[in-house]
Design a protein around this ligand. Structure first.
Ligand code: ADP
Ligand code: MG
Length: 240
């Protein structure tokens, strides 16, 4: 579904991504780990062109995103993204947060968008929060709403950038549970996380990034028990 070849991204003289090659199949859950500053967020942001790569190529369903002309909004509609800091619109209710993009970008009618929102809210156990504002929600609830908001666009791929890193420990589980369900339903997911339990349980493939490259990848359990690269060993010794 996604084919990345020789992906590079520099900010001025800072070469952040120095050549990433990866193919991600439909329904695959890829977990990305690595030290701070290794380029994990930049990699995710390049995938949906929140950052414009400075080299290499990204193909999505066989079509290059970097050659030829593309409607960036249409591309982003097919890739949902969830951030560490939720990024909900503070002046809108939960329901308005979820229904805005489908109405604006996909011409979905308000009644239809409301129906989708209500289904999603039931699915994540927050049907009673439709008319609440983000400030009235806990961090875990906000992040579940952010996931629902992304899902309202029916994306083909979901990108998660440390979705539980800003949460109090007792709220991490409820967000991971929603992500686990999504994975079980066959959603294609790329997840940057420090949750090694989630990586082991849900990840079909684990990617270790360092210095803007994929240093090691494979089955999560194999890498945890028997990392090959010295940098992977060093990193895992600190986090496991
Ligand atoms: P990670 O998510 O693995 O912690 P990032 O992708 O956020 O790493 O950052 C990798 C490097 O890219 C860092 O050195 C960071 O300062 C730099 N960087 C990221 N985004 C930008 C930006 N918009 N402008 C300049 N430098 C950036
Ligand atoms: Mg990051």
């Amino acid at each position: 579904m996604i084919k990345v070849t020789g992906l590079q991204k520099s900010f001025g003289s800072n070469h952040v991504l120095t050549g990433i090659d990866i193919e991600i199949a439909k329904g695959e859950v890829v977990v990305v780990i690595g030290p701070s500053g290794s380029g994990k967020s930049t990699f995710l942001r390049c995938l949906n062109l929140l950052e414009v790569p400075t080299g290499g190529d990204i193909e999505f369903d066989g079509v290059s995103l970097l050659r030829g002309k593309h409607d960036i909004n249409q591309l982003r509609q097919r890739m949902g993204m969830v951030f560490q800091q939720f990024n909900l619109f503070p002046h809108m209710t939960v329901q308005e947060n979820i229904t805005l993009a489908p109405q604006k970008l996909k011409n979905v009618s308000k009644p239809e968008a409301d129906k989708i929102a209500q289904q999603l809210l039931r699915r994540i156990g927050l049907a009673d929060k439709a008319y609440s504002y983000p400030s009235q929600l806990s961090g875990g609830q906000k992040q579940r709403i952010a996931i629902a908001r992304a899902l309202a666009m029916s994306p083909a791929v979901m990108l998660f950038d440390e979705p539980t890193s800003a949460l109090d420990p007792e709220m991490v589980g409820e967000v991971l549970d929603v992500m686990k369900e999504l994975a079980a339903e066959g959603m294609t997911m790329v997840v940057v996380t420090h949750e090694m339990g989630f990586a082991r349980e849900v990840g079909k493939r684990l990617i270790f990034m360092d210095g803007g490259k994929i240093v090691e990848q494979g089955n999560p359990a194999d890498i945890f028990s028997n990392p090959q690269h010295p940098r992977t060993k060093e990193f895992l010794a600190k986090v496991l």
